[in-house]
Design a protein around this ligand. Structure first.
Ligand code: SF4
Length: 115
C-alpha cells in the first residue's frame, strides 16, 4: 500500500524519508492523501523541509486528530488499505501524514494551513 508509481516520478523524497510502506518501482497509481497535501503545500510556495528528523516532533492530541480529519478523511486508502486507520492509529501512518504531524509538532506548520 501507499506505493507510488509512474505518476509520482516527480519527487519521492517524502516517501523515501518518511514512509515505511513505500516501495520504489511498484505500479500503484494512487497517491495517499498525505503525499497529495504535502505537495499541494509545496506548490503553493510553503517552505517545508522533507529531511528526516533525528527525533520527530509530535503535536498534541487535538492537533493530531485535526490532521486526521483534514487529511485522512479524503484519502482513498482510508477504508481498506491504510494500516494506520485500520489499526486505530497504532500502526505507522503514511509518509505524508508522518511529515505533516512532525511539522505541526515543531510549529513549522499550522493546522489551518492544511486544506
Ligand atoms: S495515514 Fe491517512 S493520509 Fe495516510 S494513507 Fe492512511 S488514511 Fe491516507
Amino acid at each position: 500500500m501507499f506505493m507510488l508509481g509512474k505518476k509520482a516520478k516527480i519527487d519521492t523524497t517524502l516517501c523515501v524519508n518518511f514512509c515505511d510502506y513505500y516501495k520504489p518501482g511498484t505500479n500503484e497509481e494512487l497517491e495517499c492523501q498525505g503525499f497529495v497535501v504535502v505537495h499541494r503545500l509545496l506548490k503553493k510556495g510553503k517552505r517545508l523541509s522533507q529531511a528526516r528528523p533525528g527525533i520527530a516532533s509530535v503535536p498534541d492530541a487535538r492537533t493530531r486528530e485535526g490532521l486526521r480529519s483534514r487529511v485522512c478523511s479524503a484519502c482513498s486508502f482510508r477504508e481498506d488499505d491504510c494500516d494506520f486507520m485500520l489499526s486505530g492509529g497504532t500502526a505507522k501512518p503514511c509518509g505524508g501524514f508522518a511529515l505533516l504531524s512532525h511539522l505541526l509538532g515543531s510549529g513549522d506548520l499550522k493546522l489551518e494551513e492544511i486544506e
